[in-house]
Design a protein around this ligand. Structure first.
Ligand SMILES: Cc1ncc(C[n+]2csc(CCOP(=O)(O)OP(=O)(O)O)c2C)c(N)n1
Ligand SMILES: [Mg+2]
Length: 337
C-alpha cells in the first residue's frame, strides 16, 4: 500500500469529513472488493477461472460510495466489470467466486461465469457482456419503479466507451420524457479496452452528454469515496423526488488491464503508478482515518484480517464446490410458461 503522502493530501481535499464509523465502513467495503479481485486474478492465473474476467481494482470508490446512498429496493445494473457491484449490493462472496470458477455453488449454478450473475433478492440485475446493453435495461427497471409508484431508484452503470452507443441516447430521451428515477453512472476509467476517451469521443466531457435532453450532469472525483457519496446523495434525492434522471460522470481509473488478457501497450507504467500512489481510493480513506486520529492502526488491521478471511473462505468454497451436473445443461434455458 502506498504511503499516505499525496493520497492524504488528495483525501483532505474531499470536503466535509464523515464520522469514523462511516469511513470505516467504506474502508471495509472497498478493501473487500480489492482483495476479492486480487484473489480472482490469482485463481485466473492458476487456470481455475475460464472465459473472460474483468477486474474492478482501482474503481472501488464508485460503487461503494453510491451504494451508501441506496435503500432497500433500489436496483443496480452494470457491465461485465461487475464483481465489485455484486459485493457492494451485499451478494455473497462465496457465490460470486464459485460462479467465477464455474461451480454449482455459484450464483448462476456455474453456467454464467464472470459476466452473468444476478440476484433478485439484492436487486442486482447483471452483469452484461454487450457494451451498453444494460443502459436500456436499466431504464426499463426505472420505468417499472415509477409505474409501480415506488420511490426507488436505479443505478445504471456503464463505461466511457459505452457512452458513445446509440442506445444510450434513446434511453436518455425516454428517461427524461417520462421522468424516470435512473442515475446514469458513467464510470470514466479513461479507456475502452485500449482506446482512450480523447481518441474516441468528440465530446470528452461525458457528464454533458444529456444536455440536449435536459438531463443534469455532474463530474465527480470517482477516486474519492467521500465525493462520490456526496454527489450520490444529491442525485438520489433528485430521482426520488420524481424529477427524472441524472448523469454522474465518475472520474476513475482501472489499475489492471481491460480483461485478464490485455497486454496494456496503450498506456505507460508510470501513468498507472502515479494514479495508484496519489489517488488510490483505499489509501485516501486510510489517510483520513489515521491522519485525523479517528482510529489507530490496530483497528484497520482487524478489518484487513476480517476481509482476508472472507476472501479466503470464498476461494476455498469456489474450489470445493462441485462442477454443475450435466443434467443442468437443460435447465434455466427457457422460462416454462
Ligand atoms: C456491442 C459491443 N461492441 C464491442 C464489444 C467489445 N468490447 C468489450 S468491452 C469494450 C470496451 C468498453 O469500454 P468502457 O465502456 O469504457 O468500459 P470499461 O471496460 O472501461 O469498464 C468493447 C469495445 C462488446 N462487448 N459489445
Ligand atoms: Mg472505460
Amino acid at each position: 500500500m502506498a504511503k499516505p503522502g499525496k493520497a492524504a493530501e488528495n483525501a483532505a481535499k474531499g470536503g466535509k469529513l464523515p464520522p469514523a464509523k462511516e469511513l470505516l465502513q467504506y474502508y471495509r467495503d472497498m478493501l473487500l472488493i480489492r482483495r476479492f479481485e486480487e484473489k480472482a486474478g490469482q485463481l485466473y492465473g492458476m487456470g481455475l477461472i475460464g472465459g473472460f474476467c474483468h477486474l474492478y481494482i482501482g474503481q472501488e470508490a464508485v460503487v461503494v460510495g453510491l451504494q451508501a446512498c441506496a435503500k432497500l429496493g433500489d436496483a443496480v445494473i452494470t457491465s461485465y466489470r461487475d464483481h465489485g457491484h455484486m459485493l457492494a449490493t451485499g451478494m455473497d462472496s462465496k457465490g460470486v467466486m464459485a460462479e467465477l470458477t464455474g461451480r454449482a455453488g455459484g450464483y448462476s449454478k456455474g453456467k454464467g461465469g464472470s459476466m452473468h450473475m444476478f440476484s433478485r433478492e439484492k436487486h442486482f440485475y447483471g452483469g452484461h457482456g454487450i457494451v451498453g446493453a444494460q443502459v436500456p435495461l436499466g431504464t426499463g427497471l426505472a420505468f417499472a419503479q415509477r409505474y409501480n409508484k415506488t420511490d426507488n431508484v436505479t443505478f445504471c452503470y456503464f463505461g466511457d466507451g459505452s457512452s458513445n452507443q446509440g442506445q444510450v441516447y434513446e434511453s436518455f430521451n425516454m428517461a427524461e420524457l417520462w421522468k424516470l428515477p435512473v442515475i446514469y453512472v458513467i464510470e470514466n476509467n479513461q479507456y475502452a479496452m485500449g482506446t482512450s476517451v480523447a481518441r474516441a469521443s468528440a465530446q470528452p466531457a461525458l457528464y454533458k452528454r444529456g444536455e440536449s435532453f435536459g438531463i443534469q450532469g455532474r463530474q465527480v472525483d470517482g477516486m474519492s469515496v467521500v465525493a462520490v457519496k456526496e454527489a450520490g446523495e444529491e442525485a438520489v434525492a433528485h430521482c426520488r423526488a420524481g424529477k427524472g434522471p441524472v448523469i454522474l460522470e465518475m472520474m476513475t481509473y482501472r489499475y489492471r488491464g481491460h480483461s485478464m488478457s490485455d497486454p496494456a501497450k496503450y498506456r505507460s507504467k508510470d501513468e498507472v503508478t502515479k494514479m495508484r500512489a496519489e489517488h488510490d481510493p483505499i489509501d485516501q480513506v486510510r489517510a483520513l482515518l489515521l491522519g485525523n486520529k479517528m482510529v489507530d492502526e490496530d483497528a484497520l488491521k482487524a478489518i484487513d484480517k476480517e476481509v482476508k478471511d472472507i476472501v479466503q473462505q470464498a476461494a476455498d468454497f469456489a474450489q470445493e464446490s462441485p462442477e454443475p451436473d450435466p443434467s443442468e445443461l437443460w435447465t434455466d434455458v427457457y422460462v416454462e410458461a
